[in-house]
Design a binder for this molecule. Structure first.
Ligand code: SF4
Length: 825
């Protein structure tokens, strides 16, 4: 029987409780445009969510050549039919009236409409002349976690073997570079060891800096259903904010920002001290235990309590829960990845799993999460600081192998240094060695730290900036050429979520105006540049998504992310399929490392690792000496204090993060009525005692100032830890009069006006969660209320004084649980 509910007010929908080891029951969610019903739908077209990393499978409803709604896919292993608020409502952004419909070029200081020939000719002319005058290092590419696998792979071949530049990275650098690095440091290779199905089996789930309820709402539904079923798992939650997970946790630890390594070392200390380790697993599968034990020997809970400002008894309690678990699943996200000592901390979570022998069995594993839907693809395809197919840039045999696949000389693939990370690409643009920067599907003028600096880099005369996107974003407004891109639902391609599940997203409708798929744009550029292989044949021989996918399959063959058992036809079945998918594993692979550590051997590993403090690459000789047999590496890390700490002038720790209803810089979600209304503007969070110390009240207009800049927002008083101020990072300027920067009053809106130019030495991920700031009252609230949702971590401490966030009739979606296994249609 279909039921209705307001999915802004009730983001996680109705419960379908289940017990350990049972399959997660089906619940199919759908939302159709008002006035539409199933009989109006002409076609249902398979896809998955493009607004977070969970990979929720869904079908797009098409009527009269338009997208008119979505429904979850009951048979899919990831969501079993469920959809989150962004999944349900986000498709409406495709219809926004301000979509880019023609290319634009800058003439006389203004962006003016033109045709594709003119736009492409400008790009090709600039690229050719820079190649001739300054060489490949003058050209850089900065891409997204929003495109498809086929597009990243094509871009990687263009950049690496066509142009020959080392400067290619994705905005996944801001998001999940640390996930990749942590997996590489421990297992010698990227790729998620665990599966979302481990939620079905775990008896303890530990969330480290992972606000799962707001970043992966459908995964949180799975956890909620376990929590309401028989034998629920216990939760350990590490987060400075009162997230929904923290409210359900057996133990909630809210440490000072930048102290994750101290906390994790204390947890490891306690688990080793109480001998809750799996000796046999450690001896058979790992190296480095003695060094790890020595490193944490003095890291007692009392020691960590002094650093983290968390009671020692709570740390002991958490260690007890983690140590007693029989099936332990740990998840990690931005609270670790965007913070001080990011990789060092994420690696300690891997260490925790390994010393407890919690890997490769149902319910046991680690999910080093992604934030973006196609982050995994950027990493696999080499568009995010890696060589395609998780190949090792330091291993000449891997480079030769890649050169064979592309039929080019190995010297044509730059591997004199690791691929350039995003923050360094922008630094090179600032210094003037990069003169052309091609930005696809991302908005660094809002998403990178220290925005005044980023705007000045992008606005330079000498930098030729190319942007391809759906809208005239803050970044596009600073570009020299803007290309209108097609998006999800308007083009075909595959994407892979955080637990290695590959989905196909088929084209459902035509893109608006002259907008083109990103793949077509890249292929057109390659053709006009006339890139050739060593036999003078076109370097890029594919011509559409499926032929690009087949080319990628060849590149992935024999590597961990082996796609050779997948085809577009197979992906049009009921469910997505997890890689590796091969002749030996035709149905995909649920968990990695079930029979041992597979990809850490020196000849096959993706990396030899890095020094976690300096970021210096470990040499092949050092790695062979450390890990000749290719076991998991237990890499110890010493706690070091954050670089920017609080002082009298900037007494608060500044934390930034995501809200449930938005994604990225609101490029899409800000144009979706239900999502925008739920969280329409930036706000500032403070604890009750911090608010009273500052003489501030709910709704006051305050200014957050750091040594870089400032922003203004209304105050929400929440259960966040004392000494911290939180600002959501989604808000920019495209919907303000100024358009691309703070207005004349200087009151910025973007969190990144204040964040610091600093990054983790190993993963090169910028730090968005460890800066210092102060607060100033600009105007009293006089009854105003902060535009913060009440449903997530920004819930007020005094709920009765604040109206709850609701969506009303416009946000009513339907769900049904009356469906046959695998077949809600
Ligand atoms: S919103 Fe957060 S999780 Fe999502 S892509 Fe951005 S940084 Fe990653």
């Amino acid at each position: 029987m279909p039921r209705e509910s307001d999915r802004i007010a009730h983001p996680w929908g109705a419960r379908t409780p289940y017990g350990p080891g049972r399959p997660w029951p089906v619940r199919v969610d759908s939302f159709l445009q008002p006035g539409m019903s199933a009989e109006h739908i002409e076609r249902w077209v398979p896809t998955a969510s493009l607004l977070h990393s969970n990979g929720d499978a869904m079908d797009i409803a098409v009527a009269d050549g338009r997208i008119v709604g979505v429904r979850g896919r009951a048979g899919d292993r990831v969501n079993r039919g469920r959809l989150g608020p962004k999944d349900l409502f986000g498709w409406q952004a495709n219809h926004a009236t301000d979509r880019l419909t023609t290319p634009l070029v800058r003439d006389g200081g203004e962006l003016v409409a033109c045709d594709w020939d003119i736009a492409m000719a400008r790009i090709v002319t600039a690229a050719k002349s820079l190649l001739g005058e300054r060489g490949p290092g003058a050209i850089g590419f900065y891409t997204s976690g929003q495109l498809f696998l086929e597009e990243y792979y094509t871009l990687a071949v263009i950049a690496r073997a066509g142009i020959g530049t080392n400067h290619l990275d994705g905005n996944t650098r801001l998001c999940t570079a640390t996930a990749a690095e942590a997996l590489k440091e421990t297992f010698g290779c990227d790729g998620q060891p665990a599966s979302y199905a481990d939620v079905d089996h775990a008896d303890v789930i530990a969330l480290f800096g992972h606000n799962m309820a707001e970043t992966q709402p459908v995964l949180w539904m799975r956890a909620l259903d376990r929590l309401e079923g028989p034998e629920p798992p216990r939760l350990v939650c590490v987060d400075p904010r009162p997230t929904p997970a923290a409210r359900c946790a057996t133990v909630h630890l809210a440490p000072r920002a930048g102290t994750n390594v101290a906390l994790l070392n204390a947890l490891l200390h306690e688990i080793i001290r109480t001998d809750r380790i799996d000796r046999d697993y450690i001896d058979a599968r790992t190296v480095g235990f003695d060094e790890l034990a020595a490193q944490v020997a003095t890291c007692t809970p009392a020691w960590a309590a002094g650093i983290c400002d968390v009671p020692a008894r709570k740390i002991e309690h958490a260690a007890e829960v983690l140590g007693e678990a029989e099936r332990l699943l740990s998840t990690v996200l931005q609270g670790v990845y965007q913070s001080h000592q990011a990789t060092a901390a994420a690696v300690q979570v891997n260490n925790l799993q390994l010393i407890r022998g919690m890997l490769g069995r149902p319910g046991c594993g680690v999910l080093q999460m992604n934030g973006q839907p196609t982050a995994e693809n950027t990493r696999e395809c080499g568009a995010d600081g890696d060589l395609p197919g998780f190949r090792n840039w330091q291993n000449d045999r891997h480079v030769t192998d890649l050169a064979e696949i592309w039929n080019v000389e190995p010297t044509r693939i730059p591997h004199y240094a690791p691929p350039t990370p995003a923050m360094q690409i922008f630094r090179y643009a600032e210094q003037g060695s990069i003169r052309m920067l091609w930005i696809s599907g991302t908005n660094p003028a809002v998403s990178l730290p220290d925005l005044a600096r980023i705007r000045s880099i992008l606005g330079q005369e000498r930098l030729f900036t190319v942007v391809q996107d759906l809208f005239l974003t803050e970044t596009a407004q600073l570009a020299d050429v803007v290309m209108p891109a097609a998006t999800w639902g308007e083009k075909t391609g595959t994407f892979t979520n955080a637990d290695r599940t590959v989905h196909l997203s088929d084209k459902a409708v035509d893109p608006p105006g002259e907008a083109r798929p990103d793949l077509d744009i890249f292929l057109d550029f390659a053709r006009r540049m006339d890139f050739r292989d060593r036999d003078e044949r076109p370097l890029i021989a594919w011509h559409d998504p499926e032929s690009a996918f087949e080319a990628w399959k060849r590149c992935s063959e024999g590597r961990p992310c082996d796609y050779t058992g997948l085809t577009y036809d197979r992906l049009r079945g009921d469910s997505g399929i997890q890689w590796p998918c091969t002749a030996q594993a035709p149905d995909g692979t649920e968990r990695l490392y079930t029979g041992g550590i597979t990809w850490a051997a020196p000849d096959v590993c993706e990396t030899y690792g890095r020094d976690l403090v300096t970021g210096a690459a470990v040499s092949e000789t050092e790695y062979r000496a450390l890990n000749p047999d290719g076991r998991a590496v237990l890499k110890a890390a010493e706690y070091l204090p954050p670089h920017e700490d609080t002082d009298d002038e900037y007494p608060l720790q500044l934390n930034t993060g995501r809200t449930l209803y938005h994604f990225h810089t609101r490029t899409k979600t800000g144009r979706v009525p239900q999502l925008n209304a739920a969280a329409p503007d930036v706000w500032v969070e403070l604890s009750p005692s911090e608010a009273s110390r500052h003489g501030l009240a709910e709704g006051d207009l305050v200014e957050v100032t750091s040594p870089r800049g400032s922003l203004r927002g209304r105050l929400r008083i929440t259960g966040i830890r004392d000494g911290m101020v939180f600002v959501p990072f989604h808000y920019g300027y495209w919907d303000t009069p100024a358009g691309d920067q703070p207005g004349a009053d200087g009151g910025g809106r973007a969190a990144n006006e204040t964040t610091v130019t600093d990054w983790d030495p190993a993963s090169k991920q910028p730090l968005f969660k460890t800066a210092a700031a102060r607060l100033t009252l600009i105007a009293p609230g006089d009854g105003a209320i902060a535009p913060a949702p009440t449903t997530g971590a920004s819930a007020p401490v005094h709920p009765r004084t604040i109206p709850p966030t609701i969506g009303g009739p416009a946000a009513v979606a339907v769900h049904t649980t009356d469906v046959l296994e695998g077949g809600a249609r």
